[in-house]
Write a protein of this length. Structure first.
Length: 264
């Protein structure tokens, strides 16, 4: 039985399960560079549905066999412009999705700048590295605040080498006379317990095996824009180990922090 077309026609209806607009966290705009969005299980050769990428740089996952009530997706860009992420999203039932505005099926995951990110001229930021026990602090989260417990003025994520690029928001510059240098409090976070590969050959087969899963919650229909996990504002579960220091930087310049952020 057809839903829209006359019975003389063969009807094939495709419904959106999850729409994705990856965001450049450094600029707050849609990522124009091609990135891959894939099911996390697919890297192990398991058959999983395809996430379509459109010329508009939007991605779409349709209702189809293999799409359950929650999907775990990798967001990967192969040139180190952005640090990969692994996010788990709940999926509405078809009935609930049809009863709600389309915005309740749209997510905007932010990808943080990587080592090869195209930094704009006169941007203020910090390049640094996180280590743990002499090894790279893979996938560490980084926050920047004004000293004294001020608001967050920048976020970053370290890559597989523990390297991060932290770009500061314009609000980091205080109103009035400019401080030179500007003091910024930088804190880095890692899991309390370092991940251990389930088998010795896993890191060679999957270089992103230890990406932390970030659990996104269902959107509030009254405020679907509020999605702090996609925005990277929530630390992944277990990220309770931290280290930090105040760093003096010059506005309009990139500061290379030669002293690593170290954790035992």
């Amino acid at each position: 039985m057809n839903v829209f077309a006359d019975l003389r026609f063969a009807e094939n209806i495709k419904r959106l399960a999850l729409g994705l607009e990856p965001i450049d966290a450094g600029r707050g705009l849609r990522i124009a560079h091609p990135i891959k969005v894939v099911f996390n299980d697919s890297v192990r050769g398991l058959p999983r549905p395809h996430v379509d990428r459109h010329d508009s740089c939007l991605h779409a996952l349709l209702y189809q066999p293999g799409v359950a009530d929650r999907v775990t997706l990798r967001f990967v860009e192969g040139w180190r412009r952005f640090v990969p992420r692994l996010i788990s999203y709940p999926i509405l039932t078809v009935e609930d999705a049809e009863d709600l505005p389309y915005r309740n099926r749209v997510r905007r995951p932010s990808l943080f700048p990587g080592a090869a990110y195209d930094v704009a001229s006169l941007h203020t930021g910090i390049r640094g590295r996180v280590t743990r026990g002499g090894l790279p602090g893979r996938w560490a989260r980084v926050t920047a605040r004004l000293p004294g417990g001020g608001p967050v003025v920048g976020r970053a994520m370290a890559d597989d080498r523990g390297e991060f690029l932290l770009l500061l928001h314009p609000s980091a510059s205080p109103v009035g006379d400019l401080a030179d240098p500007l003091e910024i409090r930088v804190d880095v976070f890692l899991p309390a317990v370092a991940p251990v590969p389930p088998a010795a050959d896993v890191p060679a087969q999957d270089p992103l095996w230890d990406l932390p899963i970030e659990e996104a919650q269902s959107l509030n229909p009254a405020d679907p824009e509020n999605d702090p996990v996609s925005a990277g504002e929530v630390l992944p579960s277990g990220f309770t180990e931290s280290a930090g220091r105040d760093i003096g930087i010059r506005l309009g310049r990139m500061h290379s922090e030669t002293n690593e952020f170290t954790m035992p």
